[in-house]
Design a protein around this ligand. Structure first.
Ligand SMILES: [Zn+2]
Length: 259
């Protein structure tokens, strides 16, 4: 198998996401925030973490530990001491360790299920996936911090989410993977996104877990498109159409003016 998912924990990205998430909580519920990071030990950090949070994706672009540290020190010259104090704090170290454990769980889960899952995904999408020469970096953040996005041209996924139903992480890793595999091959971003949701959030999910759809799982802003294309989607799955994959299916839907 040539497709590889490389699961990684990046402490600087994790720190930025950590601030980001708890800043939001703090806004609504200051006491929880205090609990979490014992923020009173770091009185200046709220103010100084702003730039870090706003620019956290920069850390996803640097691949080795030494350059990451150099970049971090360069960017945060003024608050370096403060941030290093937080990185060295026992609260953050504990969270980092928990994140590494979660990342290990995710990697095991993927390795355990990838053969059957990718076979299903190829069957549903018509795309060549298993033998594709593709390396994807999966940066892991531990729930309750939320990952669930992709930078397709960089082949980067950021993932972290509670298992709201069986195989939740597996299904959504496949969802993000399809964003990478279809990048620049579609004409209508929302239509392709709806097709990705039908393929993963819905069809792959029920193949793994049982059940049925509709009702559809996925973004509510794509609900209308999914309703409109559901009949042709069923025909496609039953091999009633002369299209080989979801990319050709998208073209057909546009040609037929279904949406
Ligand atoms: Zn998506």
């Amino acid at each position: 198998m040539k497709l590889r998912l490389n699961f990684k924990v990046n402490p600087y990205y994790l720190l930025a996401s950590y601030f980001d998430y708890y800043e939001n909580i703090f806004w609504w519920d200051p006491e929880k925030y205090d609990d979490f990071l014992k923020v009173k030990r770091f009185p200046k950090f709220l103010y100084q973490s702003f730039w870090l949070r706003e620019n956290k994706r920069i850390f996803l672009k640097v691949n080795n530990k030494r350059s990451l540290k150099q970049l971090f020190n360069l960017l945060y010259k003024n608050s370096r001491e403060l941030f290093n104090k937080i990185l060295e704090s026992k609260e953050f170290k504990k969270f980092l360790k928990e994140t590494e454990d979660y990342s290990q769980w995710l990697e095991n889960e993927w390795n355990l299920k990838k053969d059957i899952v990718l076979k299903n995904l190829e069957d549903i999408t018509g795309l060549k996936i298993i033998d594709k020469n593709l390396n994807v970096d999966v940066f892991v953040v531990k729930p309750p911090l939320k990952g669930g996005f992709v930078i397709p041209h960089k082949k980067i996924i950021v993932w972290g989410h509670s298992e709201d139903w069986s195989n939740y992480s597996i299904v959504y890793l496949c969802h993000e993977l399809l964003h990478i595999l279809t990048y620049k091959k579609y004409k209508h971003p929302n239509l392709m996104h709806a097709l990705i949701e039908l393929a993963t959030d819905n069809e792959l999910r029920i193949r793994l877990n049982g059940g049925k759809y509709p009702p559809f799982v996925g973004h509510s802003y794509l609900e209308n498109i999914k309703k409109k294309i559901y009949p042709i989607w069923k025909q496609y799955l039953n091999k009633k159409l002369k299209v080989k994959d979801i990319i050709e299916l998208e073209e057909l839907i546009l040609r037929k003016k279904i949406i």
